[in-house]
Design a protein around this ligand. Structure first.
Ligand SMILES: NC(=O)c1ccc[n+]([C@@H]2O[C@H](COP(=O)([O-])OP(=O)(O)OC[C@H]3O[C@@H](n4cnc5c(N)ncnc54)[C@H](OP(=O)(O)O)[C@@H]3O)[C@@H](O)[C@H]2O)c1
Length: 256
């Protein structure tokens, strides 16, 4: 597999390394090891230009990431060159997370993301789990609402960012894509194996343990060894870190 790969079962091609954008929109209730300042517009433009020039096309955001969606809507040039993944279900207001997986909220959230991101389609929408993965999938209307939005052409692929193995397995059986935790300490291996065998897309979150991984190089070796992983979403607001991550990812994958 090269640096750009097709997400199985979809017509979406993504870079093996994606960009996570929590830190461009939110600095409250985050668990990063170092405090940071949200970068200004000029710094975000430079980061996005570096991502594009490095071959990164996948950007991950969410309504729960402060004003990340609105900022991307303003600062992303050439929208069609990017694959935008956003989420539904979690809201973060006044420093507190709340969750709503109803059909009405899901429809509202999709229309709001379209507006905030200044686009008429979302490439990927993931259910932003509160931890009760199976309950959300089995007992809410969220999946049906997402499927209806997909049929209407508002979304190209749907998935779930899961927190449990059982939920990950169910999400991978029901949806196009599952976003799992995979790093030196925690690996949702069963979900990855199931998704690979059933030709479903896998996105990885927290690949560097939200900045707590001891070795970036060892993390990258692990993250790019499994062909079942479509893309590893790494959060960074530091251009030097982005350049290092791209270099290490390309070394592991064997493409320059
Ligand atoms: N759906 C969900 O429930 C969920 C949950 C968590 C995360 N996510 C998504 O996944 C993305 C990644 O997760 P994450 O941000 O929690 O964790 P992560 O990607 O494992 O780690 C990000 C942290 O690592 C640091 N970092 C990045 N590259 C580095 C390097 N080369 N050397 C040293 N430090 C480096 C970053 O700091 P600098 O900014 O200084 O580089 C940042 O603090 C998020 O941005 C988000 O898009 C989704």
């Amino acid at each position: 597999m090269g640096f750009v790969r097709n997400i199985p079962g979809t017509d979406i091609s993504v870079s093996a390394l994606g960009l996570g954008t929590v830190k461009i929109g939110r600095d409250q209730s985050v668990k990063y090891p170092q405090s940071f300042s949200i970068p200004d517009d000029g710094a975000v433009r430079k980061l996005l230009a570096l991502a594009r020039d490095s071959g990164i096309n996948l950007i991950d955001t969410a309504p729960a990431y402060g004003n990340s969606e609105e900022r991307l809507g303003t600062l992303l040039d050439k929208r069609h060159d990017w694959v935008i993944a956003t989420k539904t279900g979690e809201e973060f207001e006044a420093g507190v997370s709340g969750f709503d997986f109803s059909a009405a909220h899901t429809r509202m959230s999709i229309d709001r993301s379209l507006k905030r991101l200044n686009t008429d389609y979302l490439d990927i929408v993931l259910i932003h789990s509160n931890g009760n993965d199976e309950d959300i999938l089995e007992n809410s209307d969220c999946v049906q609402a997402l499927q209806a939005c997909k049929e209407q052409g508002k979304i190209r692929a749907i998935g779930m960012s899961t927190k449990t193995i059982a939920g990950g397995l169910l999400a991978a059986s029901m949806l196009d894509i599952v976003m799992i935790t995979y790093n030196l300490e925690q690996r949702d291996q069963e979900v990855l194996d199931f998704a690979r065998d059933h030709k479903k897309g896998v996105l990885v979150k927290k690949g560097l343990m939200s900045g707590h991984a001891g070795s970036v190089r060892e993390s990258m070796k692990l993250l790019f060894a499994d062909e079942g992983i479509s893309s590893v979403i790494i959060g960074t607001i530091n251009p030097d870190h982005m350049a290092e991550n791209v270099k290490l990812a390309r070394e592991q994958i064997g493409t320059d």
